[in-house]
Each structure stands twice: as structure tokens, then as C-alpha cells.
Ligand binder design. Sequence first.
Ligand code: NAP
Length: 282
Amino acid sequence: MSELRLAVIGDPIAHTLSPLIQGKMMERLGAEGDYRAFHVTEEELPSFVEMAKRELSGFNITIPHKSRILPYLDGIDTYAAQCGAVNTVRITDGKLYGFNTDGNGIVAALRLMGASFQGARVSLLGAGGAALSICKKALEMGAKTVTVFCRNPKKAAGMTEDFRVTVLPFAGMSAGNCGEVSDVIIHATPLGMSGGADDFTDFSFLDGTKAAVCDIVYRPAETSLLKECRRRGLACSNGRNMLIYQAICAFEIFSGMNFDRDEMGAYLAKEVRKVLGQGDKA
Ligand code: NAP
């Protein structure tokens, strides 16, 4: 295999764990090359793409360029097109092919908790980019229903063409419409995130639930939502495994290598825990 010249772009980018995760993966698999973080503003995106075509084998994309990259692509996979967002670009002969690996990340995270979308009644908190990719994957994997709780129903417009999706106000979330009637609850807003001002003030929506709960926030490792789930004895996890498995799937796309995802996932979890702390028994 030729050397992999890889990167991640975003604005801001300082917080990214991608160089750590991808670097550890390359080291463990003996892949030659490098993985660098680039701070790229909206204005700089065209010149970055030109440079990437000449010099890179692929790159990951984080906020706010996941949709902005679309006009530059020569091809896009079906799921990424449905999401309208790309987090992984493979470059072959100067052509850019876009993928979105967030959906496979959440599927793996649920599997590791003993949960799945298959036949599940899913409650999804939030209607941003991550929520859209999770919703599309839940529907693809056979969720029975997806109830989206959000502040602005217009933001959920990309989800409602499927008859299984219902949109309800975030402020109206309750045990009756969420906890008691869900098999899987996924939190996909920044509530409880390190550095953010806001957090949950009321957990009564979890009353009576037996659902598996995944908080896709991974910084801090234990959010107040996770603490509450643990106090209630629920199966729960933070966003670390989603982060790790989306990275594993991205590396497979970049490199074409096949390896044991779970062995790699366990190894990367140890490395990421050194940075983020424990906060997750999985
Ligand atoms: P985004 O596109 O900005 O969407 C954020 C969503 O949260 C929007 O629906 C927003 O509603 C809602 N929201 C924000 N503050 C809220 C509040 N105080 N109360 C209720 N809803 C609120 O962000 P994103 O990219 O989807 O990311 C969301 C979270 O997921 C972030 O914490 C991010 O770090 C995490 N994430 C984790 C992974 C992973 O691999 N584990 C991957 C992607 C994202 P409005 O539209 O009304 O503002």
C-alpha cells in the first residue's frame, strides 16, 4: 500500500481527537504516512480542496464543512447523500468521493451496549447534523418508529418524509411520550457538553423507562444525563464509541484495509480514555 497522506479539516479544529485516533490506528496497523489537522475557514475551503487533490489520499471533515464540501465532490455514497453531509472524503486520481461514517458509528455504539435499531422505538433528542445522520441510519436499520424532540421543527424537515418519524417539541418531552415508550434513547444536542452553558434541568422524561440510552456527547466522559441513567440502572454509554467506530470506518475507506473492528475499537477506547477520562464502563 502506498503512503497515506490524511487530514481532518474544521473551523475550529483544535479540539479534534481525530489525529490521535487515526494516528494510533495507523501505528497499530503498520500503515505508512501521516494524519494532520488543518484549520480551514469557509473562504479557505476551495484552496484546501485544490491542495488535497494534489497531495492527499483523503480527509475527514468536521463542523462546519460537512455540507459545504458537497459541491466539490465527484461522487457521493447513498447514505451520505441522504444525510446531506460528508465526514470522510477519499481521493483517487485527483477525484473526491464522499462518505458519512457517523451512522455506522452509532450502530456500533448501540451494539456494544447490547441494543440495536432493528424493530426499536427510538427517541432522538435534537435535530442537527448528527441527529439527521442517526435518524437516517435508524430508519435504514429497521427502526419501528423515530420520535424527534427538537426546539425548531423546521430543522427536522429532512427526517419527516418517512412515515415512521414524528417530531415533537423538546420542551414537551415527558415519560409518557419518551421514556415509557422507547427502546432506545439517543441524545444528540450539545446539552451537558464541556464548555457549553446549558445542561438538562429535568430528567423526568426517563421515568419508567427501560430504554438503552446513548449520549453522543463524549466530552466530558460522564455527562449529567449519563450519571442520571446510571443512577436509574439503565444501559447507557457516552459518545466515545460512536466517535471511535466512525473513525474506524473512515480509515477502512481511506486505506482499503480490513481488520478486526472490535479489537481495534477496544484498543482505541483505552487510548481515548487517557484523554477523556473513564466515565463509561463499556
Ligand atoms: P448541530 O448541528 O449544531 O445541532 C445541535 C442540535 O441541538 C440542534 O437541533 C439544536 O437545536 C439542539 N440544541 C442546541 N442547544 C439546545 C438546547 N439548549 N436545548 C435543546 N436543544 C438544543 O450539532 P451536531 O453536529 O448535531 O452535534 C450535536 C452534539 O453531538 C454535539 O455535542 C457534538 O459534539 C456531538 N457529536 C458527537 C459525535 C460522536 O461521534 N460521538 C458526532 C457528531 C456530533 P436548535 O437548532 O434549535 O439550535
